[in-house]
Design a protein around this ligand. Structure first.
Ligand SMILES: [Zn+2]
Length: 279
């Protein structure tokens, strides 16, 4: 997790400080596991061979936000492996959260962008479907639209995508539903938190009607009121509430870290996990 660009908000400290916070608390018992190894074929369900080749070469920056760091393919693949380990744990009945970077939900089938290289959540979804889970819903509450996940899961049988995000905002998509399985809930900047919660509730109600057997969560913490990259209004307790609402679905839940760039990120993650555990 050591790669970084000076001044970039998606920095190693996001994970390091969260690890310290989670290891230093006693209220929530946590079992730590390492990422699983990831086969190329698993990645290729979601991404083109050309895209994977470009990540391996890492010759040119993918855009001004998404640098070609040395070894970035291995970092991104490890992040996918964390998602797969979390999937395994969720299927075994555990509350599972993958605490790794880079995030993934902006990575498209054929393009890295927005700090993202491989769409971990889409890869986890397709892995679950390929290994016996009947239907999988992705719930993306990162403040940015999960355009990469949408791009990869569009019209895929037995998969559905629900994204609540600020619009206008990066990446500028997600204003309407797409295909037969991608549902978008754009929210204006500075929307009061109780209204924002109502939209999250609506998305979860719609997701329930899809009757998924497993929910993969793109867990981003940048709709937080003090996040530097967006203009929304959620407070720490709203992430606890989100965890509780997801728990109430009574389904296996696998969460993968996406964004969240405030100094309070470690506390927001802990409070979300407590919500998931009803603590
Ligand atoms: Zn984000």
């Amino acid at each position: 997790m050591g790669y970084y660009s000076p001044g970039h908000p998606e920095r190693p400290q996001r994970i390091r400080f969260t690890l310290e916070r989670l290891r230093g608390q006693k209220g929530l018992p946590i079992t730590w596991r390492e990422p699983l190894a990831v086969e190329l074929a698993t990645l290729e369900r979601a991404h083109s061979k050309e895209h994977i080749g470009r990540l391996k070469a890492a010759r040119y920056d993918f855009d001004s936000d998404t640098a070609a760091h040395p070894g970035i393919f291995d970092h991104a693949r490890r992040s996918v492996g964390g998602g797969l380990q979390a999937l395994k744990a969720a299927r075994a009945g555990e509350i599972a959260f993958s605490l790794l970077r880079p995030p993934g939900h902006h990575a498209m089938r054929d393009r890295a962008m927005g700090f993202c290289y491989l769409s971990s959540v889409a890869i986890v979804t397709l892995e679950a479907l390929a290994t016996g889970v009947e239907s999988v819903a992705v719930f993306d509450y990162d403040v940015h639209h999960g355009n990469g996940t949408e791009n990869i899961l569009l019209n895929k049988p037995n998969a559905a995508f629900y994204s609540v995000h600020q619009y206008p905002c990066f990446p500028g998509t997600g204003t309407r539903n797409v295909g037969n399985n991608c549902f978008n809930y754009p929210v204006l900047p500075h929307t009061p938190r109780l209204e924002y919660r109502k939209v999250l509730s609506q998305a979860l109600a719609d997701l329930t009607r899809f009757k998924p057997k497993l929910v993969a969560v793109s867990a981003g913490f940048d709709a937080y009121a003090h996040d530097p990259l967006a203009q929304e209004t959620l407070e720490a307790e709203d992430f606890h509430w989100l965890g509780e609402e997801l728990r109430k679905l009574g389904l296996p839940i696998v969460s993968l870290l996406e964004g969240g760039y405030s100094e309070e990120l470690p506390d927001l993650i802990l409070t979300y996990l407590k919500g998931l555990e009803a603590k």
